[in-house]
Write a protein that binds this ligand. Structure first.
Ligand code: PMP
Length: 428
């Protein structure tokens, strides 16, 4: 950004001391060009950069900010909890309330354990599936991102894909052999994998709606088939709803699609903007965890009172407001504005959207898996990204990320964003 002198000097200092200048690679702008801006504050639908520029934010801190940034109710809940201390290292009352809320929102979760990140949730769910079934292999799908643990950083989406390392270095081949990677939305590939590994698949982990290679929805019946085949083989079905939980519906994709997974991973929205993850599901599986069972999993800050207070406030707001129809209206408004502008300009685009998650893939091929997502023109995306940013709209800085909308986008923010994005497309 031309006026981001303070951001530029912060970035120069950061690059000296922090690899790539960022503490999470998705924040880098390498694939869209230019340097990332630094944010000094965030309120509602808006980020304010270190240089004072206001941006309508469709990253929403990568998913958590469904109520917009710095919501007064969440802020007040954190402030109230802070009066009592920041961490106790013993059980605390918030954890019980959080477990009650999660199990009420997501009925397939009978028991739940809190973590401090989504990565810990998925890593622990995989270990639990292995411990429960006494099998080693797992299935994941190309383009799905489940955090950065060794078993799962294979054909991964998100920053791993954006920066050209979907198979991370540093993972022993012997670990990678235990992960079977299949194309998303491909029933025949599932049949073949179960046939080739009889009695060996501990778990299947999937983003039921994929948000980490852009946004992709499953074909009709695909998730039901996955439920059926995993049940047949005694394999634990793990829904990674770190992004989609509480966002696609109050009870996540599993509520919308009426599928009951064995385990579910959660994160983002349940932290209300503080660091939280969780995994839960069938009681017989969860009771394999220490201290009851032999599968070890732990965390110094798990169930942290400030994070629980923020998450509880965020979930209670969802319960009160039931914002899903409103969010879907905003999502439709945004993608139809982009689709119409592309049509007028003769640019091919796919605009998958459900509720407050969306993507723009610049291709005429319908996007239903990793390979078709990669057909999207990333250069064209980068041009739209940069023009939108100049105009005050911040999309995720990668052609392979989903966008997120919050309730705070309702009204002037979404209208202005549509104007800026259609202008950016008209000017291509
Ligand atoms: N699973 C999914 C589906 C995610 O989108 C993410 C993060 N974007 C993770 C797991 C990992 O969560 P975290 O970054 O909190 O470790």
């Amino acid at each position: 950004m031309s006026d981001s002198t303070l951001s530029d000097s912060l970035f120069a200092r950061a690059k000296e001391l922090i690899p790539g200048g960022v503490n999470s690679p998705v924040r880098a702008f390498r694939s869209v060009g230019g340097a990332p801006f630094f944010t000094k504050s965030a309120q509602g639908a808006t980020l304010t950069t270190a240089d004072g520029k206001e941006l309508i934010d469709f990253v929403c801190t990568w998913g958590p900010a469904i109520h917009g940034h710095n919501h007064p109710r969440i802020k007040a809940a954190i402030a109230a909890a802070l009066e009592h201390g920041t961490s106790f290292g013993t059980p605390n009352p918030y954890e019980v309330e959080m477990a009650e809320l999660i199990t009420r929102f997501v009925p397939s979760i009978k028991k739940v354990r809190m973590t401090s990140s989504g990565t810990e949730a998925t890593m622990s769910a995989i270990r639990l599936a292995r411990g429960f079934t006494k099998r080693d292999k797992i299935i994941k799908f190309s383009g799905c991102y489940h955090g950065h643990s060794d078993s799962l950083l294979i054909k991964a989406g998100s920053g791993a894909l954006t920066h050209g390392h979907p198979d991370s270095a540093g993972i022993p081949a012997s670990f990678a052999r235990e992960t079977v990677v299949l194309p998303y939305n491909d029933r025949a590939a599932l049949d073949a994998a179960f046939a080739a590994n009889p009695g060996q698949i501990a778990g299947v982990i999937i983003e039921p709606f994929c948000g980490n290679v852009g946004f992709i929805m499953p074909d009709a019946g695909y998730l039901a088939y996955l439920r059926e085949i995993t049940a047949q083989h005694g394999t634990v079905l793990i829904f990674d709803e770190v992004m989609t939980g509480f966002r696609i519906a109050k009870g996540g994709v599993q509520e919308r699609e009426a599928i009951v997974p064995d385990l579910t991973c959660l994160g983002k929205i349940i932290g209300g903007g503080l660091p939280v993850g969780a995994f839960g599901g069938r009681a017989d599986i969860m009771d394999m965890l220490a201290p009851l069972g032999p599968v070890y999993q732990a965390g110094t800050l798990s169930g942290n009172p400030l994070a629980m207070a923020a998450g509880i406030a965020s979930l209670r707001l969802l319960e009160e407001l039931n914002p899903y129809a409103r969010l879907d209206t905003l999502g439709r408004q945004l993608v139809s504005a982009v689709a119409d502008a592309c049509k007028a300009k003769g640019i091919a685009v796919q605009t998958p959207q459900c509720g407050s998650m969306f993507s723009f893939f610049f291709t005429d091929t319908p996007v239903r898996d990793y390979d078709t997502a990669l057909k999207g023109d990333a250069q064209l995306f980068a041009r739209v990204f940069r023009t939108a940013l100049e105009g005050g709209v911040y999309l995720a800085p990668s052609a392979y990320e989903a966008g997120f909308i919050s309730t705070a986008h309702e009204g002037p923010a979404i209208d202005r964003a549509c104007e800026v994005l259609t202008g950016a497309i008209r000017g291509l």
